[in-house]
Design a protein. Structure first.
Ligand code: 3PG
Length: 420
């Protein structure tokens, strides 16, 4: 279905106060508090640069309440300034008097980063648009901005106030990242190509389990290749790993994995060997002889060989979360091999997340996959055919503010519909 949306071409934003909702939620080093990567900041910087004649008020969330990455955006503002090569101000406030005063005193060409939007209770909730409009967050800010640019594609699945609340209050359009993501996804998903192979790795187990649910429900995961911590959860559920994984809600996740395996055992491929860290180095061990003797940091060569075959036979491959701790040379084998298998396959290939994007650059194959998205959960929901609240907001804004203009973008809204 075509998406009705306005883009930066459609609104004259020069001299205007623009609320720019980006997603610069970035992995944070647990000890130093440093930003670990810049992928989302670099994306956001492109839209900020494009708004060089406006007064740009940047809003983003960072982390989740109670998690170690739930921090202020002061460092993000500094990083943006470095990327843009110009001053970027930061205010440790979101919609209080200090933030509003700073916004009102801005000159055209200036950039102001508000503090973590999730420091407000409301941004942590999901709302219907009409209720989002009435939140303090939106109703206080709306009198101080002339327009809104939605550029947080990776938060497109959250109906939080700053995603869905402004669309009908001030002229609202898509930023460069959102427009690019939707165009690329439309292009690569325009031709439905099965079988669908999903490679899931990394440490975010609950996100990966949610992804499986969404993709399976919409026939977008004929085969799921499990790696990383989620791979261990499935091994444990299958009775092949007995140690403790030391992760939050471990028992719940293991039970969920058990249920998924029981429903369709053929769908899930699990590691047959893994690499553990012993005396500071790599040792490949069969999962049968795995007894919690060292941290599991990669998949082993037999698993790589098995997974490469599935990737070669796929019509579409989606990877979310790295198969191993590729930042360390000894443990990068699995990630490098599977990414290279994707790069050389004839399948439509989609990569999710900044970590994998940096891995692709590291291996020099960044331009050999079809789409690299900075999004995680939002991309999964999109691939699974779910309506995204941010896209709905853009459609409402287009109906209210725009000359009706169908962009050459379709959401491939129901990619699973009609598929076997
Ligand atoms: C993400 O990293 O996927 C987005 O920033 C959304 O974050 P959330 O899952 O905490 O809403």
């Amino acid at each position: 279905m075509a998406i009705r949306m306005l883009t930066l071409e459609d609104l004259d934003l020069s001299g205007k106060r623009v609320f720019l909702r980006v997603d610069i939620n970035t992995p944070i080093h647990p000890e130093t508090g440093a930003l670990i990567e810049q992928a989302r900041l670099e994306e956001a910087a492109q839209t900020i640069a494009r708004l060089s004649k406006s007064k740009v008020v940047v809003g983003s969330h960072q982390g989740r309440v109670g998690r170690p990455d739930y921090t202020s955006l002061a460092k993000h503002a500094e990083a943006l300034s470095g990327i843009l090569g110009k001053a970027v101000s930061f205010v440790p406030d979101v919609f209080g008097p200090e933030a509003l005063r700073e916004i009102d005193s801005m000159e055209a060409g200036e950039i102001l980063v508000l503090d973590n939007l999730r420091f407000t209770a409301e941004e942590n909730q999901e709302y219907r648009p009409v209720d989002a409009e009435r939140t303090f967050l939106v109703s206080r800010l709306k009198g101080h901005v002339d327009a809104c640019v939605l550029d947080a594609f990776s938060t497109a699945h959250r109906s939080s106030p700053t995603i869905v609340g402004f669309a009908e209050l001030v002229p609202t359009c898509a930023g460069l990242t959102v427009a690019k993501e939707l165009r690329m996804l439309d292009k690569v998903l325009g031709v439905e190509k099965g079988p669908y192979v999903t490679v899931l790795g990394g440490a975010k187990v609950s996100d990966r389990l949610e992804a499986i649910d969404a993709l399976v429900a919409n026939n977008r995961a004929d085969r799921v290749l499990l790696c990383g911590v989620v791979g261990l959860v499935f091994l444990k559920a299958a009775g092949m790993y007995r140690g403790s994984l030391g992760i939050e809600s471990e028992q719940k996740h293991v039970m969920k994995a058990r249920q998924l395996i029981d429903e369709d055992p053929e769908r899930f491929a699990m590691p047959v060997d893994v690499a553990i860290k012993v005396d500071g180095g790599r040792r490949d061990v069969d999962v049968k002889s795995l007894a919690g003797q060292g941290a599991v940091l990669d998949i082993g060569p037999k698993t790589v060989e098995k997974y490469e075959k599935f990737i070669k036979g796929a019509g579409t491959v989606f990877m979310s979360g790295p198969p191993g701790a590729f930042e360390w040379k000894e443990f990068s084998f699995g990630t490098e091999s599977l990414l290279k298998a994707m790069a050389s396959s004839l399948a439509t290939t989609i990569i999710s997340g900044g970590h994998l994007s940096s891995a692709l650059r590291k291996y020099g194959i960044h331009d050999q996959v079809d789409h690299i998205s900075t999004a995680g959960g939002a991309l999964v929901q999109y691939l699974a055919g779910r309506r995204l609240p941010l896209v709905d907001a853009l459609e409402r804004a287009s109906d209210k503010w725009g000359p009706r203009k169908l962009q050459a973008v379709s959401q491939a809204e129901k990619p699973g519909a009609g598929r076997a």
